[in-house]
Design a protein around this ligand. Structure first.
Ligand code: AP5
Ligand code: MG
Length: 215
C-alpha cells in the first residue's frame, strides 16, 4: 500500500509516518529528511538545498523527484511507501504518477491532516528530535518519558531544525496554501482523498489513519 500524508508544516506528517512505520512496517519517504541528510553530509544536492530550506522556500521539483525515485528503486516493490512532504507542487504530483507507474506501484490513499494554522507555529517552534535516532518530540505535547532521554534509543542528544523559526514557518505555510493545497482536487477526482482531524491527540490521529488503511 502506498499513501501520501498531506498537510501544512507542523500538521504531524512526520509524527504519524513514524508511527505507521512501527505499526505497519511501511517505509517513510520524507523529502525533508532526505534533504536534511544531504545537507548534513555535504552532498552536491545538500549544498544546493541548504539556503533554500533555511529560508523556507521549495527545492526544485527535479531534485526531490529524483530522491523519491532512487528510494523506491532501493526499497523494492514489497514494502508500502508513506510519502511525507512530497508531492508539494502540481509538477511533483505529475512526476510522482510517472515514477509510480515506472515502479509498477499505485497510490491507495491521500490522507489530508486538517489543522488549525494558528496552532502550528506553537507546534513547530516547540519541536525537537533525537540527534541519534530521529525520534520526534515536543516541549509541551510530546515530551520524552524521562526528561532529556530519548524514549526510543536512550540518547541524551537532541536537535532543533534551523527552519523552525516563526518567520520561516509562516512562509512555509503560505507556500503550502499556494503550491501544495491545489494538488488535492486532482486526487479528489480519483476518489482517494481521506481527511483526518490533525488537531486531535497524536494517538487519535494514528487511530483514524489506521481505520482508513484497514478499509
Ligand atoms: P519538511 O521537512 O517536509 O517540512 P514541512 O512540510 O514544513 O513539515 P514539517 O516537517 O515541519 O511538519 P510535520 O507535518 O512533519 O510535523 P511533525 O510531525 O514534525 O520540509 C522542509 C523543507 O525542505 C521545505 O521547507 C523545503 O525547503 C524542503 N522540501 C522538502 N520536501 C520538498 C519537496 N517535496 N519539494 C520542494 N522542497 C521540499 O509535528 C510537528 C510538532 O508537533 C512535533 O513536535 C510533534 O511532536 C507535534 N505534534 C504532531 N502531531 C501533534 C498532535 N496531533 N497534537 C499535538 N502535537 C503534535
Ligand atoms: Mg516533517
Amino acid at each position: 500500500m502506498d499513501i501520501i500524508l498531506l498537510g501544512p508544516p507542523g500538521a504531524g506528517k512526520g509524527t504519524q509516518a513514524h508511527r505507521l512505520v512501527e505499526h505497519h512496517g511501511m517505509r517513510q519517504l520524507s523529502t525533508g529528511d532526505m534533504l536534511r541528510g544531504a545537507v548534513s553530509t555535504g552532498t552536491p544536492v545538500g549544498l544546493k538545498a541548504k539556503a533554500i530550506m533555511d529560508r523556507g522556500d521549495l527545492v526544485s521539483d527535479d531534485i526531490v523527484s529524483e530522491l523519491i525515485d532512487a528510494e523506491l528503486t532501493a526499497m523494492g516493490p514489497a514494502t508500502g511507501a508513506i510519502f511525507d512532504g512530497y508531492p508539494r507542487t502540481e509538477a511533483q504530483a505529475q512526476m510522482l504518477d510517472g515514477i509510480l507507474e515506472k515502479h509498477g506501484r499505485k497510490l491507495d490513499h491521500v490522507i489530508e491532516l486538517e489543522v488549525d494554522e494558528d496552532a502550528l507555529v506553537e507546534r513547530i517552534t516547540g519541536r525537537f528530535t533525537c540527534a541519534n535516532c530521529g525520534a520526534g518530540y515536543h516541549d509541551k505535547f510530546n515530551k520524552p518519558e524521562t526528561p532529556g532521554v530519548c524514549d526510543r534509543c536512550g540518547s541524551t542528544e537532541f536537535k532543533r531544525r534551523p527552519d523552525d523559526t516563526e518567520e520561516t514557518v509562516r512562509k512555509r505555510m503560505g507556500l503550502y496554501r499556494a503550491e501544495t493545497a491545489p494538488i488535492l482536487p486532482g486526487y479528489e477526482a480519483r476518489g482517494i482523498v481521506n481527511r483526518v482531524d490533525g488537531m486531535a491527540a497524536i494517538e487519535e490521529v494514528t487511530h483514524a489513519i489506521d481505520c482508513i488503511l484497514a478499509d
